[in-house]
Every structure is written in structure tokens, then in C-alpha cells.
Design a protein around this ligand. Structure first.
Ligand code: G3I
Length: 390
């Protein structure tokens, strides 16, 4: 396909969660951005990923699919898609009892037409809940028993609606305390986040059980940020996951969101961390990859220096290499296509350039880096449902 594109997508949304992480970044010597290996590999990311049985995905805004160039790029380059917002509760059920399946259904249909698998996102999360629900809990008109029943119905309705059409569900999202929150206190399930606060930590296991009952063939994931490195949060999650599996809770995969920043060092021990979760018998996935940096202006989103550009490229290579090195890493999803529609500039002031295509939908050097790693890898072929095709 041609990459000569002039389209500028809509502006970024202001968002969500604080992404984070770890140690300060190592100082990098200034050097020019690496030259794109343009022309060396004409194959799309999805075709190159298929050589290793790795699904390459992206978050998609169904509204954006109205644009032919955006549609074409997503169809050409990706073998799985995630709804960036349209399977979240506030979109699915804005008015109690009235489901709005249209936007998500359109994405599922698009995926079918283009032989793509769908990652469902998300069943239990404290963000983007409908106002009728959060207000009802706040004013006491929804009590604990009713809240549990509402959640159960939501899981059965949603998973049931898409039954047979979803490859992976992100069942529980962002339930653990972050490293910097814990201090000397033990890390673990965050006691103050909406669902655990109101229904207790066992609700996390219940949601996995309900989702499995509603669609026994879907692979069920726990999904979180700042668990890429080996640290307090990932250690606590690892212990929790072991306990859940021992208790027979149907968890099939671990989703590492991978929202990285050049402000911080590359997550220490990423590959080993993926492998230890895989060794529990899980599939693993990089579910929301983006790598932000400081930019010269919100309009152009050029990295501030060549050194930052180089650091981003190094990080992109390391993320895809870590995934490829672990055979159970079955899916690598980037959190959007173009810098013009990324959530990053709206949330992190002065930062951006977090994706593989620029704001004009032109591929950036990091696109060619990922392409080259996929083209030249001798990684073991992935197995299981969804692997091995493009
Ligand atoms: O739909 C409304 C629109 O009606 C309204 O006019 C407009 C005005 O602000 O807002 C629109 O909603 C926005 C929504 O995205 C859809 O575009 C929200 O403001 C905005 O906050 C929301 O942001 C999303 C964010 O999750 C919310 O937490 C981002 O697009 C989305 O990329 C982001 O994705 C999350 C993952 O689900 C979980 N992991 C972290 C990741 C990044 O925060």
C-alpha cells in the first residue's frame, strides 16, 4: 500500500489514568534519527507478524472508520483490533437498561470483513462508567446487593452479545496499586478503586467466572499498566494470579498495556517478566503499546531532540523483541494509529509522538524499526487459537 497520505485525524481526547513508571532514563548521546529502512520490507506489519504467528493489533475508533484512508491502513496493517472506547460501559449503556451496541458492532463487522480478530475492552474498570451507575452508588439509591447484580448482568449482557466474536476479553483492568502508591505498605489489589471498594476483592474472581460462563471460548485477560518491569506491582500481581489459578479462576492471559515514556528507563526485566507469567500457563499480550516523548509543539509533535527520537526507536524495538522472545506472547497491540488521535497529548502536557504514524498518517522511523524486527526475527512460532494466520 502507499504511505503518501495527507489526512489529519481528529484531535486527541483528554483522559484517564496516570501512567507511570520506574527509574530515570539513562542519558543518551545525541545522534540523528535512524534512517527508515524504507523499501527493505514492503510487507505490512500483519503479514510480517504472521511469520511468527503473532497478531499485530491497534486500538480503533469506529467513528474514524468512516475515513477511507484510515480504514485502508487498519485493514492492511493489522490482524486484530481493539475498540478504544466503544466497549466501555459508559458507551454501551449510557441510560440504564438501554444498550447502545451500534459503534462496537460496526467495529466487529469491520474486523470480520478484514479477517481480523477482536480484543474486547473492557468489562470491569473504574473509569468510563455511566453516570447513572456512579451517581446511584454515591447517593445510596443503589446498594451493594443491587450493584453486584447490575455488574453481573452487564457482564452477561456484554459478553453474551458478542459471544463467538471476541478473541480476548480484558476482563479486569487496572485493579492493582502502583509501585509509588505503596511505599512501605504491601502492594496488591487497590482497596479504594470503585469495584473493590464497594464489592470487595473477590469481585475480581467473580467477573472472570461470569465472563467464562457467558462465552467459554473467549480468552480472558487481566490487563494493567506499569506491570512491564519486575517490581512491587508486577510481583503482587504475579502472586495474586498464582492464587487465582490455583483456585480455578478462569484467567487465560495477562495483558501488559506498555504505555512507556522516554522520561523513564526501559522497563527492567520485561522479557523475564512476560516469561514468568507465561510459565504459569497463561498467554501474554502487549495490549496498548505507545511510547511518548517531549515534543516541540502540539501541532507537529516532533520529538524535541534527535536523542529522544532515537530513544523512542530503541524502546519500540525492545518491546516487540521482548514479545517475540516469549512464545506465549500472542498479540502486540498499539494504542492507536496516528499521533493526531493519540490520548497522550491530552493527558501529558508537552508530550506526544507516541505512535507509529505521524499526524498526517505517514509512517515514522519507529514503524520501520518494528517492521524490521518482525521481518528478521527467528522467534518461535506462536501456537493456539488465533496464532499462525495473518
Ligand atoms: O465521547 C465523548 C464526547 O461525547 C465528548 O464530547 C468529549 C468531550 O471531552 O469526550 C468524549 O469522551 C472521551 C472519550 O475518550 C471518547 O473519545 C473522553 O472525554 C476521554 O476521557 C476518553 O479518553 C479515553 C480514556 O481511555 C478514558 O479513560 C481515551 O480515548 C482512551 O485511549 C483511554 O484508553 C485507556 C484504556 O482504556 C485503558 N488503559 C489506559 C488507556 C489510556 O488512558
Amino acid at each position: 500500500m502507499s504511505f503518501r497520505r495527507t489526512l489529519v485525524l481528529g484531535t486527541a481526547s483528554v483522559v484517564g489514568v496516570a501512567t507511570l513508571i520506574l527509574a530515570p532514563a539513562p542519558a543518551l548521546a545525541a545522534q540523528p534519527p535512524s534512517a527508515p529502512a524504507s523499501g527493505q520490507h514492503d510487507d505490512s506489519l500483519r503479514d510480517l507478524g504472521a511469520k511468527s504467528g503473532l497478531r499485530i493489533g491497534t486500538a480503533v475508533s469506529p467513528a474514524g472508520l468512516a475515513d477511507p484512508e484510515y480504514r485502508e491502513l487498519i485493514a492492511d496493517q493489522f490482524s486484530s483490533v481493539t475498540a478504544e472506547n466503544e466497549m466501555k460501559w459508559e458507551t454501551l449503556e449510557p441510560v440504564r437498561g438501554q444498550y447502545n451496541w451500534g459503534p462496537a458492532d460496526r467495529l466487529v463487522e469491520f474486523a470480520k470483513q478484514n479477517h481480523q480478530l477482536v480484543r474486547g475492552h473492557v468489562l470491569l474498570w473504574q473509569n468510563q462508567l455511566p453516570a447513572w451507575l456512579t451517581q446511584g452508588v454515591a447517593d445510596g439509591s443503589i446498594d451493594k446487593d443491587e450493584l453486584r447484580e447490575i455488574l453481573k448482568q452487564h457482564v452477561y449482557n456484554t459478553v453474551g452479545h458478542f459471544k463467538g466474536k471476541i478473541w480476548h476479553w480484558d476482563v479486569v483492568n487496572e485493579a492493582f496499586t502502583d509501585d509509588w502508591e505503596t511505599g512501605s505498605a504491601p502492594s496488591g489489589v487497590h482497596p479504594e478503586r470503585f469495584w473493590v471498594k464497594h464489592l470487595g476483592p473477590e469481585i475480581l474472581s467473580d467477573v472472570f467466572r461470569w465472563a467464562h460462563d457467558a462465552d467459554p471460548k473467549a480468552k480472558l485477560y487481566y490487563n494493567d499498566y506499569a506491570i512491564e518491569h519486575i517490581g512491587q506491582k508486577s510481583n503482587a500481581l504475579y502472586e495474586w494470579t498464582k492464587q487465582q489459578l490455583a483456585a480455578g479462576v478462569p484467567i487465560h492471559g495477562m495483558g501488559f498495556q506498555t504505555h512507556l515514556s522516554t522520561e523513564y528507563g526501559f522497563p527492567g526485566g520485561f522479557q523475564r517478566n512476560l516469561q514468568r507469567f507465561a510459565d504459569l500457563g497463561l498467554d501474554v499480550a502487549l495490549t496498548e503499546v505507545d511510547i511518548r516523548t517531549f515534543v516541540d509543539s502540539p501541532e507537529t509533535q516532533e520529538p524535541l531532540t534527535p536523542a529522544l527520537q532515537q530513544q523512542q526507536e530503541d524502546y519500540w524495538r525492545q518491546t516487540i523483541e521482548a514479545c517475540l522472545a516469549v512464545r506465549e506472547c500472542v498479540s502486540y497491540t498499539v494504542w492507536g494509529v496516528s499521533d493526531a488521535q493519540s490520548w497522550v497529548p491530552g493527558w501529558f502536557q508537552g508530550m506526544g509522538s507516541a505512535l507509529l504514524w505521524d499526524e498526517h498518517l505517514q509512517p515514522k522511523p519507529q514503524y520501520f524499526d518494528v517492521q524490521e524486527v518482525l521481518a528478521t526475527t527467528d522467534a518461535e512460532h506462536r501456537t493456539g487459537w488465533g496464532a499462525g494466520r495473518n
